[in-house]
Ligand binder design. Structure first.
Ligand SMILES: [Zn+2]
Length: 375
C-alpha cells in the first residue's frame, strides 16, 4: 500500500480501546446475563464509554500501550461485588479485557491501518481467484486516510463511520485513496463489528473497479451496479470469510471478533440498511441493484449448470466490474436483469441466457444479450 494518514493519538486511544473491549464484552454478554449478572456487564460497558470519553476530551499524555493498560485497570475498578459468586462470574470478563488490552499495547502494528490492509488483500484475492491476476499489482498504489469528527457522520448507514473511495489514477498505473471518517464520541459495537464488511465494500466495489488502465471513470454515487449489485458481492464474500486474523500476526487485530457471528450479524444489519428507504431517491437505485443480484444468485443456485455456492455469481460480477463495459452499460445490465426478474420469477429468456453463460463463461455475450432483450 502506498501510504496512509492515521488518526491523532488521543483519538486512536479511544477508538482502539472501545473496539477491543467491545469484542470481549460481546463474548461474555450472554453467559453473564444468563447467570443473572447483566447489570454488572452493563456497568463495565458504561465505564468504558465514560472512561474513553474523558480520555478524548482531556487528552492526557502517554503512549497507546500505557493507556490501554490503564483502561483495563479502570474497568476492573468499575465493579464492586456483593458476593463471591458475582466476583467469580465477572473474573473471566475482566481478565479477558486486561489480556486483550495488554496484547494490543505490545503490538507494533498500526491497528486501524491493518484493518484496511486486510480488507484490501482479501478483495484482491477474490479477483485473483477468478482469473484476474493483475489484482495484486492493482492494490500496490492504493492508499488510505483516517480522519475524525465530533458530530454525526453523514451516511445512509446506521454507523458512526463513513468510508469513501476516490479513484486517483497515476501515470504509473491505476490508484485510489480510501478516506475513512470516524466519530469517536459515538463509536458503538455496530460500527466496530461491521468495519471489515464496510472496508470490503470499498475495496471490492470501488478500489478494484476496472478496466484496469489509467483514467478510470468513477461510478455514480447512486450507481445500481457499483453500490447495489457489487455490494451484494462484498456481502457474500464477507459472510463466507474466516476471521481476517492472519496467522503470522502476533497480538489481537482490531477486527478479529472473538465471536465470528458478531461480525456477520453486524454486516447483515448494515448491508440491509443500504436499501432501506430514505428521503434521497438513490436508495431505490441501490435496492434495484441488490434485488437484481440476489435474483441471479437464486437463479444460478436453481439451474442444473449452477451450484449452491455463489462463486459463479461472484465471478460474473468481478469480471463485469473490470470489463471494458462502461459504468452506464453495467447499470443498464442491472436494469435488464431487474426487469427480467420483477415478477418474482425469472423470465425464461433470462434463464436461458444464464444457463448458456454458466456453460461457456462468455461475459460479453451475456451482457450484450441482456441489454438487447430487456432494455
Ligand atoms: Zn460504495
Amino acid at each position: 500500500m502506498n501510504g496512509e494518514r492515521s488518526l491523532p493519538l488521543h483519538v486512536q486511544k479511544a477508538v482502539v480501546g472501545r473496539a477491543l473491549v467491545y469484542q470481549v464484552l460481546d463474548l461474555h454478554q450472554v453467559p453473564l446475563e444468563d447467570a443473572g449478572y447483566g447489570l454488572l456487564w452493563t456497568a463495565v460497558r458504561d465505564r468504558l464509554q465514560t472512561s474513553t470519553a474523558v480520555q478524548l476530551a482531556f487528552d492526557p499524555p502517554g503512549s497507546l500501550g500505557s493507556y490501554l493498560n490503564q483502561l483495563g485497570a479502570d474497568l476492573r475498578g468499575a465493579l464492586s461485588f456483593f458476593c463471591r459468586d458475582a466476583e467469580r462470574a465477572c473474573a473471566a470478563l475482566l481478565d479477558d479485557i486486561a489480556r486483550v488490552l495488554a496484547e494490543a499495547g505490545r503490538a507494533h502494528d498500526e491497528l486501524l491501518g491493518t484493518v484496511f490492509t486486510d480488507a484490501l488483500e482479501a478483495a484482491a484475492d477474490v479477483y485473483y481467484r477468478h482469473g484476474l491476476h493483475d489484482s495484486q499489482d492493482m492494490v500496490k498504489l492504493v492508499s488510505t486516510s483516517f480522519g475524525h469528527l465530533h458530530g454525526s457522520v453523514q451516511s445512509e448507514l446506521p454507523i458512526q463511520l463513513a468510508a469513501t473511495t476516490y479513484l486517483q489514477d497515476l501515470p504509473e498505473g491505476p490508484s485510489a485513496n480510501v478516506d475513512v471518517v470516524i466519530n469517536p464520541d459515538l463509536l458503538d459495537e455496530l460500527t466496530v463489528f461491521s468495519l471489515p464488511y464496510v472496508m470490503l465494500h470499498e475495496c471490492i466495489c470501488h478500489v478494484l473497479q476496472g478496466p484496469w488502465q489509467a483514467e478510470r471513470v468513477q461510478a455514480d454515487a447512486a450507481s445500481r451496479f457499483a453500490e447495489g449489485w457489487m455490494d451484494v458481492v462484498a456481502y457474500v464474500v464477507h459472510q463466507a470469510m474466516d476471521n481476517p486474523r492472519r496467522a503470522e500476526t502476533a497480538g489481537p487485530g482490531l477486527l478479529d471478533t472473538l465471536r465470528t457471528a458478531a461480525r456477520q450479524e453486524a454486516a447483515e444489519k448494515v448491508h440491509r440498511a443500504r436499501y432501506a428507504q430514505t428521503r434521497d431517491r438513490a436508495w431505490a437505485q441501490r435496492a434495484m441493484g441488490a434485488r437484481a443480484a440476489w435474483s441471479i444468485v437464486a437463479l444460478m443456485g436453481r439451474v442444473p449448470e449452477g451450484g449452491s455456492d455463489p462463486s459463479a455469481f461472484v465471478e460474473l460480477s468481478v469480471k463485469l466490474n473490470t470489463s471494458s463495459f462502461t459504468n452506464e452499460q453495467r447499470d443498464l445490465f442491472v436494469t435488464g436483469v431487474h426487469k427480467a426478474t420483477l415478477q418474482g420469477q425469472a423470465d425464461p429468456c433470462l434463464e436461458q441466457q444464464v444457463r448458456t453463460y454458466l456453460k461457456a463463461h462468455d461475459l460479453e455475450y451475456l451482457v450484450h444479450n441482456i441489454l438487447r432483450l430487456f432494455t
